[in-house]
Every structure is written in structure tokens, then in C-alpha cells.
Design a protein around this ligand. Structure first.
Ligand code: AMP
Length: 411
């Protein structure tokens, strides 16, 4: 029997998301989520897509990731899709930080685990949870190939002049301080899918990808290779996000420590959790912000304007970085679903060849599903909405690695 299925695991600090995919037709066989791991009332939701069964929910205590993954594997098992099924080719793990070490998806062994562990100081929130997911999955089926797919990999092609901060080289190198970038799986998938939408080879297309979700980043992709991205050493740099500030003068940190008497941890918490849209207006959901703007709320309006201004600065910067831009692609929760954000981000940029067709941008229903163009006919630069699919991309990269196929198909 050929093994044609891949289980994708995305382990966060208190949650595990999983999807089982059949690679011959890219269909989802099962989708699930375990939340609030470690709390008294953890919750598992499991949707058995293949059998068309009802969504199931279990509320009980899953003390740790091992208990959570065991429960998920029981749910899969109940439909004959367990971790020991011969059809399962591999498990693909999302790993947030691969540093400079991992320039491609990698089959996990002890050396790889040690390297992911070595990177914990630069990804203290994410890599430990990713590691736990991997070791737990290994314990459940020790013989199964496990592959790490890194958020940073797509950005490892950034030239040195984009990846380095202008700080003392010895200090930077000693502590691995440089720009790594994140959301790479999404930027890779969306840039390739955009080229496909244009009927072009990714190698011939330059794309600016705007991943606008609760976390947000933008990348400049030249002929399929990332040449710059807005996130840096950590996912704090760049765009205004749901709760993160994005770019600030680094001296803001010294100022708050020296003048406001805040500790470094307090500033860290401020910039990561109490800034961005939430810090500016108290809400981070774009739907709520738009609703408040329509009611004349000035604070929400200003938050929106700051958010958009930052996006426009990056679009301008990446037009200059790329020289020639063939497409701008919007993706993730806000990018895929918010016509006012797309409209405001590109308003008045006709001089750069950028424009949005109002009817296409605001379309609803079936016309607003799947990858689509929203630029006017004959526009110099294509503007696209391309739903991201990080799980499918992780599954592709995992499957390609374990079957020895090319790095990935052109989709
Ligand atoms: P993500 O991190 O990609 O899941 O995106 C989550 C964010 O997308 C939410 O915080 C909302 O701000 C935004 N979002 C989701 N659905 C919509 C929608 N229908 N319209 C506008 N924004 C949305």
C-alpha cells in the first residue's frame, strides 16, 4: 500500500492544531484543534471531513501536549486514520524559528532537535512548544518520518544587505542578531499561487505579499525568492499588528526603562501584547474597528489610519527593492476579508501602476472565494486576493521530502 497521507501539526504554547491530508488530491481527511492545554477545561474539537461526520467536541483536562496529542490520535484512530495507519507517510511540523541553520524542510533526527533547541533563545515563545509537539509525536509512532518545516526558511534567500541590522558586526554575530523573517510558509505559498493565477512561472514574477492577519508581515519576492521581509529577529518588527507595535525607534525601549521605570519584561509585554491595533483603540478585530469607524469613532479611525499608513510605506519600499512589481497579493484574515483595508492600502497609488477595481474588491459570495484578481482590466500591476493555506504548503513540503520528489510542485 502506498503511503499518501500527511499529518500536519502546529503546536503552540497551549494549543495543537492538526490536519490530516490526502496528497493524491490534496483533500482534508480530518481537521482538529486542542486548546487550553494544561488547564482544567481543555477543549478538543475534531471534524472528520472524510466521512462527512459531525464535528465532535471533548471538554476535559489535557494536562500537557502529550495528553493532547494522544487524544487527537484517538479521534483519528476512531475513523481508521490513526498514527499507525500504513497510509500515513509522515508528520509535518510547523517550526517557527529555524535561524540560519535550516534553509529547507528537514527530516528530524536528534541533531535537528538539538539545533531547534539551540534556537530557543531567539524564539522563546514558539520553539519550545514546537519541540514538545515533535517529541510527543515521535513517542506515539517512533518509526514514522517526521519533518520540520520552518517559518523562517523562505526568507533565508534574503541578501545580506537586507538581513543584517546596522549594528556592530561582532556583537550581532555573537548573539545571532539579524533579520530572519516569519510567516515564510504563507509567503512561499501565496507568491507561488499568485504567479499561477497570472499564468506565469514563479521564476518570472515579482510579487509583494501582504500577509495581514492578527500577526502581519509583508515580503518582497523576486522570481520566487524572498529578497526582503518586514519581520526581523522576532515577529515584532514591521507592520502594525493586532497587538504588536511593529516598527518603533529602538530608543523607545530605553526611554520607557529609564524614564517610565518599566522593566525590560514589561516593555516586552507592552510592545508584543498591548500595542498595535489593541493599544491604539482597544480592539484588534478589523470587523469591529470598521464598525466603530462607521459609527464615527475617532479613536478607531486613527488606529485604522496608522495601520494603513505603515502598509503603504512598506509597499513603496518594496516597489523600490524589487524595481519591477508584477503583482501585489493580499492574504490572511484581514487581507482576504477586508475590502476597506485593500482599498485604503492602494488608494492613490496609480503612479506606481497600482489600483483596485471597486466591484471586484467588494464582491461577496462565490465571487469572493479562492484566488482572484481585484485590479482593473489592463492594469500594469496585478492586485490579487490569495487565501493562504499554510497546512497544505507544510504537507506538500513534507511529502516532497519523504517521497524524494522535487522540493515542491508548482501547485
Ligand atoms: P488570522 O491571524 O489570519 O487568522 O487573522 C485574524 C484576523 O483577521 C482577525 O483578528 C480579524 O481582524 C481579521 N478578520 C477575520 N475575518 C474578517 C472579516 N470578515 N473582515 C475583516 N477582518 C477579518
Amino acid at each position: 500500500m502506498t503511503a499518501t497521507r500527511v499529518l500536519v501539526l502546529n503546536s503552540g504554547s497551549s494549543s495543537v492544531k492538526y490536519q490530516l491530508l490526502e496528497m493524491t488530491d490534496e483533500s482534508r481527511l480530518a481537521v482538529g484543534l486542542v486548546e487550553r492545554i494544561g488547564e482544567r477545561q481543555s477543549r478538543l474539537t475534531h471534524t472528520p471531513v472524510a466521512t462527512g461526520g459531525e464535528r465532535r467536541e471533548r471538554v476535559e483536562e489535557f494536562a500537557d501536549h502529550e495528553a493532547a496529542l494522544r487524544a487527537a490520535s484517538e479521534e483519528l484512530e476512531a475513523e481508521g486514520l490513526g498514527l499507525d495507519a500504513p497510509e500515513l507517510a509522515a508528520i509535518g511540523h510547523r517550526v517557527v524559528h529555524g535561524g540560519r541553520s535550516f534553509t529547507r524542510p528537514t527530516l528530524i533526527d536528534d541533531g535537528v532537535l538539538a539545533e531547534i533547541r539551540r534556537l530557543v533563545p531567539v524564539a522563546p515563545l514558539h520553539n519550545p512548544a514546537n519541540l514538545t509537539g515533535i517529541t510527543t509525536a515521535q513517542a506515539l509512532n517512533p518509526g514514522l518520518p517526521q519533518v520540520a518545516v520552518f517559518d523562517t526558511t523562505f526568507h533565508t534567500t534574503m541578501p545580506e544587505h537586507a538581513a543584517r541590522y546596522a549594528i556592530d558586526v561582532e556583537t550581532a554575530d555573537a548573539h545571532r542578531v539579524r533579520r530572519y523573517g516569519f510567516h515564510g510558509t504563507s509567503h512561499a505559498y501565496v507568491s507561488r499561487r499568485t504567479a499561477q493565477l497570472l499564468g506565469a512561472d514563479p521564476a518570472d514574477v515579482n510579487v509583494i505579499v501582504l500577509h495581514l492577519g492578527n500577526g502581519a508581515s509583508v515580503s518582497a519576492v523576486q522570481g520566487g525568492r524572498c529578497v526582503d521581509t518586514s519581520m526581523g529577529l522576532t515577529p515584532l518588527e514591521g507592520l502594525v499588528m493586532g497587538t504588536r507595535s511593529g516598527d518603533v525607534d529602538p530608543a523607545v525601549v530605553f526611554h520607557l526603562v529609564r524614564v517610565a521605570g518599566m522593566s525590560v519584561d514589561e516593555v516586552d509585554e507592552l510592545l508584543n501584547k498591548r500595542s498595535g491595533l489593541v493599544g491604539l483603540c482597544g480592539d484588534n478585530d478589523m470587523r469591529e474597528i470598521r464598525r466603530r469607524i462607521e459609527e464615527g469613532d475617532e479613536q478607531a479611525r486613527l488606529a485604522f489610519d496608522i495601520y494603513i499608513h505603515r502598509i503603504r510605506k512598506y509597499i513603496g519600499a518594496y516597489c523600490a527593492v524589487l524595481g519591477r512589481v508584477d503583482a501585489v497579493a493580499f492574504t490572511a484574515g484581514v487581507g482576504e476579508n477586508s475590502p476597506p483595508v485593500r482599498e485604503a492600502a492602494l488608494a492613490g497609488l496609480d503612479g506606481l501602476g497600482l489600483a483596485v477595481d471597486p466591484a471586484a474588491n467588494e464582491a461577496e459570495g462565490p465571487a469572493a472565494e479562492g484566488p482572484r484578481l481585484i485590479s482593473p482590466r489592463g492594469a500594469r500591476v496585478a492586485v490579487a486576493v490569495v487565501p493562504t493555506d499554510e497546512e497544505l504548503e507544510i504537507a506538500h513540503q513534507t511529502y516532497a521530502l519523504v517521497t524524494g520528489a522535487g522540493r515542491h510542485r508548482t501547485d
